[in-house]
Design a protein around this ligand. Structure first.
Ligand code: AMP
Length: 124
């Protein structure tokens, strides 16, 4: 089955400026904004600007420039939010994907969560 991207998903609307967001970082290849329902003191979503459903989709079909741009944006966000390992206390990065990953919004997003312990990786 080919990947199918729904351009009416909420993050596509954010990228088009149709709904607001609380921006942390805006680059050529990525947008980072605060999660609307933060689960830790730091909870930022980093999304690529291209139409990718999941990390596997992105890893297979994005250009090298998109992959570098998205990855560098994650590093910048970690620095900006003070959670990077070299200067802070760390974070958890999650990219929920598909049904078993319990993904709600079908546009690739990396959750960066920190500012407090994120507990064990999987609770149930
Ligand atoms: P996931 O279950 O990995 O797809 O997570 C989707 C995340 O998007 C959840 O943590 C939501 O709180 C977050 N979210 C949904 N709508 C918005 C929005 N308009 N602005 C910021 N975050 C949002």
């Amino acid at each position: 089955m080919p990947y199918v991207y729904d351009d009416q998903n909420i993050f596509a609307k954010i990228l088009r400026g149709e709904i607001p967001n609380n921006t942390v970082l805006d680059t050529e290849y990525a947008l980072a904004f605060h999660d609307i329902q933060p689960q830790r003191p730091v909870h930022v979503l980093v999304i690529p600007k291209g139409p990718y459903v999941s990390y596997d989709h992105f890893a297979k079909e994005a250009s090298d420039a998109e992959i570098v741009g998205f990855t560098r944006a994650i590093g910048q966000v970690c620095d900006m939010m003070g959670v990077s390992i070299d200067a802070g206390d760390g974070y958890r990065m999650i990219a929920n994907s598909g049904e078993h990953g319990v993904q709600d919004v079908p546009h690739l997003h990396a959750h960066i969560m920190g500012g407090a312990s994120t507990g064990r990786m999987i609770q149930s």
